[in-house]
Structure formats: structure tokens, C-alpha cells
Ligand binder design. Structure first.
Ligand SMILES: C[S@@+](CC[C@H](N)C(=O)[O-])C[C@H]1O[C@@H](n2cnc3c(N)ncnc32)[C@H](O)[C@@H]1O
Length: 605
């Protein structure tokens, strides 16, 4: 059986021409993309001597996602990852979420997943957790009263010196789904990129061209920077959707109203998306947890719209988001790829007669072998042109390539579960965005699995430091004296309540066209860093690199010993063949041979 159109091998020339453009865009004048580097697939190679400290290139992710559990710690622009709101709101939000999580941990001891009381078995561990959570809650409330917390969240209280750390006022998604941005430009960029197809809010606002809608569309949630942005959007839409459509007899796990009136997600939502839901199901390679496949609740009433000829069902999208929140956030990233591709293809078709679209369609690469040749069908050509940024990314099917966690006994069952999760997720997404003009190619399970697999194997972690950390450091660095004493009277209790978490950065995961071509080395010659506020990634030489040498990064902690490094790299699907590993492996073989000879000598004696 031939592989799906979107996964077929494409001609080297079209790859080279694509990467030449990417190199130009990234101002990368000292490297080239080599399609076969030392049996490691493609990689980047220096075309001239590069000095230590030199910037090799700067690029922006094709898609990115703030980690769902990080929404508890940082309210950031969903486009550029800049912190938004104010120091007060950031501090209030973080404390509010901590309180919610700790209360949830306390509840978790007496109420199990199925709603029954806990008894025996795991209760011992839960009891420990509950006691710890209780102590931490006490610690927080010893320093910050609930009313103070509410004032911080609503921004009605001013902290000393905070005006020196001004953050952009958050701009909500035009449909009011809860996603926040640092300004209208970032909101528009997200909307144009994929959010217009993926926004789960059924509210009819803004420029969306609705053709039909259920009269009972949920109200647009009020934008409120105390809500976990992005996560709140999906959770709220999912919760309003599940209130209408939940067929599982469960109450919504998204409890956005908290006791003091400040909005925040409940611990259940965090548990369903975050690392503390251990034991609920198999773990995927990225370390994110996946619950054992929930049944897919069919959306009851379609709320369809039409955009660029694509039919959108917001309720189905809300169900899709809910499923991703409960299982694996990477599905949200995969949905961005699907939506961005479909949207671009639809736009290319619409503007096909105009020169830009026609040229893009005309230059779309065709399969090199095994499948239909370059098609005259404008839809298929447009789809291939739109798919191009993701076409060449290193891919393997997710459920086939993920490393099996140590605590999994039955590998086959584990992989089947992952496949079934991906299938459920795709089914929901396909119910949310439909365009039969482009055929089934983009919505094939193998394609979806490869997109998810591409993220597992290529993702780069982005980290943007918190202005809250800068704020507390600035207070700490104030000259000793009366003013500092007055300021710390206010700030120290907050710092004590936040404890180690005062400095949590914004953390996201991203896929980049050029950075994802860089192979790993346990003795890398480059580093990559995310620049605060504009989500650009800069790759820098960390030593002199002579022309002809491969550009390498480290995917893991290279201070680990050989075996542990290889074990970490299993998650990336390969056994490392970098110069250091080859040398260390050879050395170990030599030692083993020597030891074996020693044993023989010993026996003779
Ligand atoms: C992020 S991609 C790097 C680009 C990739 N070589 C390509 O062809 O697109 C990661 C994949 O490259 C290969 N790779 C990267 N570093 C390697 C290494 N040190 N040894 C062996 N394979 C490596 C592995 O197949 C890995 O899953």
C-alpha cells in the first residue's frame, strides 16, 4: 500500500530550494542544509569558519504552545509569549492557582476519580500528599489573606515599585474564548495563523463569517487576565460545551469560579492535563501524561460557520480541546499544523488566479515516486504547497516511535492505547474543521500520528524568564534603609507565600524549520536560546567552528554518564552516534575486552 500523499518522499531539489529560502529568512549565511550527514539524516553544516559567540541564525517557530501546566504560573501572550497584565496580577494569579491546586490535592485524598470515598490502597500516599498540601496552604495563608489575594488578582491593589515593571495590557481573543495576547497585532497574527479555525468559543462576535449557529451559543466568557490564558479558553469552551453535551454522566472538571470570586481553573483541570495525574494511564515520551482513552462524546448540536470555504463546528472543537486537555497537549499543537495547512491551502485556492497564489501552487513539489505525480488538481497542489513547512520535518509515527516507559509491561497494549487516543483526537478535530475539497489527505490517521511524532522528535523547549522574578530581585537589590524596609514589609509576605515558585518562567514547546534540522551531540558546538518577548530562537556558536563541521546542539544534559545519556535519547528515537559517544563506546568495548583477557589469565592460574 502506498504511503499517504503528505508523507511521501519528495525530491531533493525541492527540499534544497525550500531550505535555501528558510536559510535566507533566518539570515543564516554561514551554514547550509546537508541532506545526509553521517547517517543521521539531514543536518546543518558550516560553510565557513564561525567564531565563538557568533549568531548563526535567528528564526521563529512555525507553531508553538505554552505548556498547559505552565498556565498556572504565567499569564503570557499566546503569540509572542510576553508576560501580560501587571506584576500584581501575575503574583495573584500564581497564588490563586497554587491555592486551587493545593485544595484539589486535599480533596483528592477523600474523593477518588470515580467520585467515591478513598479507602485503603493508594490512600496512604494520598494522605501524605494531603498533609503536605495542607501545610503549604497554611504557609500561603499565613502570609497572604484571601481578600489580599482577590485584590491582587483583580489588579485593585498596587505593589511598591511595580510601575517600573510595566506589562502590556492583555487583549482577549476576538471571540472571547479566553486566550490572551499582548496587543491587537499578536491577536490578529494568532487569528490569521490558525486560531480562526481552532477557537473553541461558540460566541458569534468579530469578523467570523457565521452562516448558521445554535441559538443557545454560550455567552462569551469575559476576558480576565486572572484566568489561565489559553488553557482557560479551551477549558471554558470545553466546560460550556460539556455542560450541554457531556454524555459521560460526569460533571465538568473545569471550575472557573473560585471562592473569592477570582477566576481560576480547578485542580481537576490541572490534573487532567498536568504531571500530577500519574497513574491514570500510559505516559508518552515527552513526559506528558495521557489518560486511558476516554470515550469520545459526540457533539450534540452542530454550530457551523464557514471561513474560506472551510466548515467549522465550534462545539466539536471544544470537545477536541477537552479531549486534548485530558490526554496530551501535543494534540493541540498538531491541530495547529492541520488548521494552518488547511487555511493556507484554502486561501491559495481562493487567490489562485492572482499571481502570488498561482506561483505558490505552481512551485509546490510533487511526490518523487510511488504515488500520483504532480497533480493538475488545484486543490491537491494547494494542499501540498501549504503543507511544505511541515513536509520535510523529521517524522515517525507517534505510537510506533515513542519510547516505552519503564513501568509499562505490555508494549503492544501501550502502543495500541496511544493509537486509539490519536484516533479519538483526530475524529474530534475532523468533526470541527471540514473541507471536502481537499480530500481526506490531511485528516488521515497516519498523517496525524506523524505530525504528533514529529513534535516528539523535534520539539524545542522555549523558556521566557518571569518579570515577577526581576521584580523581587530589584526589591532585594534596593539600598538598605527605610525605603527598602517599607517596601519589603509588603513584598516579603508575598515572596514567602510564593516560596520557590516566585521565579517560574513561561515555558512552551515549539517546532522550528531550521533548528529542527540540527542533530544532537553530547559535545555540542552551539546553544539555542529563546529571546524574551518575541519568541525568536537564536542559535549561537559556543566555540570556534571550522568550515565543514556539523552544527550540533545538545537535546539532553550532557554531563550525564554514557548510559544515562543514551537512555534519555531513547525518547528522541535514536542511539547517539556523536563523536563523544562513539569514542566512549569504543573505550568501553576496549575495557570489556581487557577485562575478559584478565579473566582468562586468572583462570589459567
Ligand atoms: C531533530 S531531528 C534532527 C534532524 C534530522 N537528522 C533530520 O533528518 O531531519 C532528530 C533526529 O535526527 C537523528 N539524530 C540526531 N542526532 C543524532 C545523533 N547524535 N546520532 C544519531 N542520530 C541522530 C535521529 O534520527 C533523531 O531522531
Amino acid at each position: 500500500m502506498s504511503s499517504p500523499l503528505l508523507l511521501q518522499c519528495y525530491e531533493r531539489e525541492s527540499q534544497i530550494s525550500y531550505y535555501n529560502q528558510v536559510l535566507l529568512d533566518a539570515k543564516a549565511s554561514s551554514i547550509e542544509v546537508n541532506l545526509d550527514v553521517n547517517d543521521k539524516g539531514k543536518g546543518l553544516v558550516a560553510t565557513r569558519d564561525i567564531s565563538e559567540g557568533a549568531t548563526i541564525f535567528v528564526e521563529r517557530p512555525l507553531v508553538h504552545l505554552q505548556h498547559l501546566d505552565n498556565h498556572w504560573s504565567a499569564i503570557v501572550c499566546q503569540t509572542c509569549l510576553r508576560f501580560v497584565g501587571s506584576i500584581e496580577r501575575q503574583v495573584g494569579h500564581k497564588l490563586r492557582c497554587l491555592v486551587d491546586q493545593l485544595r484539589g490535592a486535599q480533596r483528592g485524598t477523600s474523593i477518588s476519580d470515580d467520585g467515591s470515598s478513598d479507602g485503603g490502597g493508594a490512600s496512604e500516599i494520598d494522605l501524605d500528599g494531603a498533609l503536605e498540601a495542607g501545610e503549604r496552604l497554611e504557609q500561603i495563608y499565613a502570609h497572604v489573606a484571601p481578600e489580599q489575594l482577590a485584590e491582587l488578582c483583580s489588579g485593585t491593589v498596587k505593589l511598591p515599585l511595580s510601575e517600573e515593571f510595566q506589562l502590556p495590557e492583555p487583549v482577549p481573543c476576538r471571540r472571547g474564548c479566553g486566550a490572551l495576547y499582548c496587543g491587537a497585532a499578536c491577536e490578529a497574527e494568532a487569528w490569521e495563523h490558525a486560531h480562526c479555525l481552532l477557537c473553541p468559543s461558540s460566541a458569534l462576535v468579530g469578523s467570523a463569517a457565521a452562516t448558521t449557529a445554535a441559538a443557545s451559543s454560550p455567552e462569551s466568557p469575559q476576558a480576565n487576565s486572572t484566568q489561565p490564558s489559553g488553557m482557560a479558553d479551551m477549558a471554558e469552551a470545553a466546560s460550556s460545551s460539556s455542560a450541554a453535551t457531556n454524555t459521560r454522566g460526569q460533571s465538568s472538571s473545569y471550575d472557573v469560579a473560585s471562592e473569592d470570586g477570582a477566576a481560576g481553573l480547578s485542580m481537576e483541570a490541572a490534573l487532567s492535563a498536568g504531571p500530577s495525574s500519574a497513574g491514570r494511564g500510559p505516559r508518552c515520551a515527552s513526559g506528558r501524561l495521557v489518560a486511558s482513552g476516554p470515550s469520545v462524546a459526540a457533539p450534540m448540536e452542530a454550530v457551523t460557520e464557514d471561513l474560506w470555504g472551510i466548515s467549522i463546528d465550534r462545539r466539536a472543537l471544544a470537545s477536541f480541546c477537552e479531549h486534548a486537555l485530558e490526554t496530551n497537549e501535543i494534540f493541540l499543537l498538531a491541530a495547529q499544523v492541520v488548521a494552518a495547512t488547511l487555511l493556507k491551502a484554502a486561501r491559495l485556492v481562493v487567490v489562485g488566479e492572482q499571481s502570488e497564489g498561482a506561483a505558490a501552487v505552481a512551485t509546490a513539489p510533487g511526490p518523487s515516486s510511488g504515488g500520483p505525480g504532480p497533480s493538475s488538481d488545484a486543490y491537491q497542489s494547494a494542499l501540498l504547497a501549504a503543507w511544505r513547512p511541515f513536509m520535510y520535518g523529521w517524522k515517525r509515527c507517534w505510537w510506533e516511535s515513542v519510547a516505552v516507559p519503564d513501568d509499562v509491561d505490555d508494549e503492544e497494549e501501550f502502543r495500541a492505547q496511544l493509537r486509539s487516543l490519536a484516533s479519538d483526537s483526530l475524529e474530534l478535530l475532523a468533526a470541527g474543521i471540514k473541507d471536502p475539497r481537499f480530500g481526506p489527505d490531511l485528516f488521515q490517521l497516519e498523517v496525524y500520528g506523524s505530525i504528533v511524532g514529529m513534535f516528539e522528535l523535534n520539539n524545542m523547549g522555549l523558556s521566557v524568564s518571569s518579570p515577577v522574578e526581576d521584580y523581587f530581585l530589584a526589591v532585594d537589590e534596593m539600598e538598605e534603609g527605610t525605603e527598602k524596609r517599607e517596601v519589603t514589609k509588603v513584598t516579603q509576605p508575598l515572596l514567602d507565600a510564593l516560596d520557590a515558585e516566585y521565579a517560574t518562567p513561561c515555558e512552551a514547546t515549539a517546532f522550528l524549520a531550521l533548528q529542527s534540522c540540527i542533530n544532537h551531540s553530547c559535545d555540542p558546538n552551539c546553544t539555542a536560546a529563546c529571546d524574551t518577548g518575541d519568541r525568536t530562537v537564536t542559535v549561537l556558536a559556543q566555540r570556534d567552528i571550522p568550515a565543514g563541521e556539523e552544527i550540533t546542539l545538545s537535546y539532553i544534559d550532557v554531563s550525564l554518564p554514557y548510559k544515562e545519556r543514551q537512555s534519555e535519547l531513547r525518547d528522541y528515537g535514536f542511539v547517539c552516534r556523536c563523536v563523544r559517544c562513539l569514542a566512549e563506546a569504543a573505550e568501553a568495548r576496549g575495557r570489556r575486552k581487557g577485562a575478559a583477557r584478565g579473566v582468562k589469565v586468572g583462570r589459567r592460574r
